[in-house]
Design a protein. Sequence first.
Length: 134
Amino acid sequence: RVSLGLGTGFEFNEAEAAGFDFDTQFSSLFAYGRYNFNTGKRRYFGFARLGKGFPAEENIEGILNEQEGGFNAFCGLGIHFGSRSKSKFQLMLGQYFQKTKGREFFLGPLGNQIETKYDLLIQRLILKFGWEFG
Protein backbone atom coordinates (compact mmCIF):
# COMPACT_ATOMS: atom_id res chain seq x y z
CA ARG A 1 0.00 0.00 0.00
CA VAL A 2 2.88 2.43 0.61
CA SER A 3 5.61 3.25 -1.92
CA LEU A 4 8.63 5.42 -1.18
CA GLY A 5 11.47 6.51 -3.43
CA LEU A 6 13.91 9.13 -4.60
CA GLY A 7 13.85 10.88 -7.93
CA THR A 8 15.27 13.57 -10.12
CA GLY A 9 13.76 15.72 -12.82
CA PHE A 10 14.19 18.72 -15.07
CA GLU A 11 11.47 21.37 -14.91
CA PHE A 12 10.61 24.54 -16.79
CA ASN A 13 8.37 27.17 -15.23
CA GLU A 14 6.99 30.48 -16.34
CA ALA A 15 5.69 33.01 -13.84
CA GLU A 16 4.41 36.57 -14.05
CA ALA A 17 5.02 39.28 -11.47
CA ALA A 18 4.40 43.03 -11.83
CA GLY A 19 3.80 42.64 -15.57
CA PHE A 20 7.08 40.82 -16.25
CA ASP A 21 7.37 37.19 -17.37
CA PHE A 22 10.07 35.08 -15.72
CA ASP A 23 11.25 31.82 -17.26
CA THR A 24 12.95 29.41 -14.88
CA GLN A 25 14.70 26.06 -15.31
CA PHE A 26 15.47 23.67 -12.47
CA SER A 27 17.14 20.33 -11.98
CA SER A 28 15.23 18.77 -9.09
CA LEU A 29 16.16 16.16 -6.52
CA PHE A 30 13.26 14.87 -4.41
CA ALA A 31 11.78 12.21 -2.14
CA TYR A 32 8.48 10.66 -3.27
CA GLY A 33 5.75 8.88 -1.35
CA ARG A 34 2.52 7.26 -2.45
CA TYR A 35 -0.30 5.61 -0.51
CA ASN A 36 -2.84 3.34 -2.27
CA PHE A 37 -6.30 3.63 -0.72
CA ASN A 38 -7.45 0.28 -2.16
CA THR A 39 -6.17 -2.78 -4.04
CA GLY A 40 -7.25 -4.15 -7.40
CA LYS A 41 -6.92 -3.18 -11.04
CA ARG A 42 -8.15 0.36 -10.43
CA ARG A 43 -6.28 1.84 -7.47
CA TYR A 44 -6.90 5.29 -6.02
CA PHE A 45 -3.91 6.90 -4.32
CA GLY A 46 -2.54 10.00 -2.67
CA PHE A 47 1.00 11.13 -3.44
CA ALA A 48 3.52 13.74 -2.41
CA ARG A 49 7.02 14.68 -3.36
CA LEU A 50 9.27 17.13 -1.60
CA GLY A 51 12.67 18.27 -2.76
CA LYS A 52 14.90 21.05 -3.93
CA GLY A 53 15.16 22.68 -7.33
CA PHE A 54 18.67 23.70 -8.39
CA PRO A 55 19.14 26.35 -11.12
CA ALA A 56 19.83 24.71 -14.47
CA GLU A 57 22.15 27.51 -15.58
CA GLU A 58 25.29 28.66 -13.83
CA ASN A 59 24.91 32.15 -12.33
CA ILE A 60 27.65 34.50 -13.50
CA GLU A 61 27.54 37.89 -11.79
CA GLY A 62 26.59 40.66 -14.21
CA ILE A 63 26.58 38.47 -17.34
CA LEU A 64 23.54 36.21 -17.16
CA ASN A 65 20.22 36.51 -15.43
CA GLU A 66 20.67 35.21 -11.91
CA GLN A 67 18.37 32.65 -10.36
CA GLU A 68 18.46 30.72 -7.11
CA GLY A 69 16.76 27.42 -6.48
CA GLY A 70 14.63 26.52 -3.51
CA PHE A 71 12.25 23.91 -2.17
CA ASN A 72 9.71 22.34 -4.47
CA ALA A 73 6.73 20.12 -3.80
CA PHE A 74 4.01 18.33 -5.74
CA CYS A 75 1.10 16.65 -3.96
CA GLY A 76 -2.33 15.39 -4.94
CA LEU A 77 -4.55 12.43 -5.80
CA GLY A 78 -4.48 9.90 -8.61
CA ILE A 79 -5.88 6.74 -10.12
CA HIS A 80 -3.80 3.79 -11.32
CA PHE A 81 -5.25 1.57 -14.07
CA GLY A 82 -3.89 -1.99 -14.25
CA SER A 83 -4.17 -4.17 -17.33
CA ARG A 84 -3.54 -7.75 -18.44
CA SER A 85 -0.34 -6.73 -20.17
CA LYS A 86 2.71 -5.51 -18.27
CA SER A 87 1.91 -1.86 -18.97
CA LYS A 88 -0.15 0.29 -16.60
CA PHE A 89 -1.48 3.83 -16.79
CA GLN A 90 -1.97 6.46 -14.15
CA LEU A 91 -3.70 9.82 -14.03
CA MET A 92 -2.81 12.37 -11.33
CA LEU A 93 -4.10 15.79 -10.34
CA GLY A 94 -2.08 17.86 -7.92
CA GLN A 95 -0.70 21.19 -6.83
CA TYR A 96 2.92 22.10 -7.70
CA PHE A 97 5.10 24.59 -5.78
CA GLN A 98 8.58 25.96 -6.55
CA LYS A 99 10.35 28.65 -4.51
CA THR A 100 12.88 30.82 -6.37
CA LYS A 101 14.44 34.23 -6.28
CA GLY A 102 16.86 36.11 -8.48
CA ARG A 103 17.15 38.95 -10.94
CA GLU A 104 16.47 39.25 -14.63
CA PHE A 105 17.15 41.88 -17.27
CA PHE A 106 14.65 43.09 -19.86
CA LEU A 107 14.75 45.65 -22.64
CA GLY A 108 12.23 48.44 -22.19
CA PRO A 109 10.08 49.93 -24.98
CA LEU A 110 12.75 52.60 -25.64
CA GLY A 111 15.60 50.08 -25.74
CA ASN A 112 16.77 50.79 -22.20
CA GLN A 113 17.77 47.94 -19.88
CA ILE A 114 15.46 47.17 -16.95
CA GLU A 115 16.71 45.11 -14.02
CA THR A 116 14.10 43.31 -11.93
CA LYS A 117 14.63 41.39 -8.70
CA TYR A 118 12.11 38.76 -7.72
CA ASP A 119 11.29 36.41 -4.86
CA LEU A 120 8.52 34.06 -6.03
CA LEU A 121 6.58 31.01 -4.97
CA ILE A 122 5.46 29.50 -8.27
CA GLN A 123 2.20 27.54 -7.90
CA ARG A 124 0.13 25.71 -10.44
CA LEU A 125 -2.42 22.93 -10.79
CA ILE A 126 -1.02 20.01 -12.80
CA LEU A 127 -2.79 17.16 -14.56
CA LYS A 128 -0.25 14.39 -15.13
CA PHE A 129 -0.52 11.23 -17.22
CA GLY A 130 1.91 8.38 -16.63
CA TRP A 131 2.67 5.08 -18.32
CA GLU A 132 4.44 2.22 -16.54
CA PHE A 133 5.87 -0.67 -18.45
CA GLY A 134 8.11 -3.65 -17.88
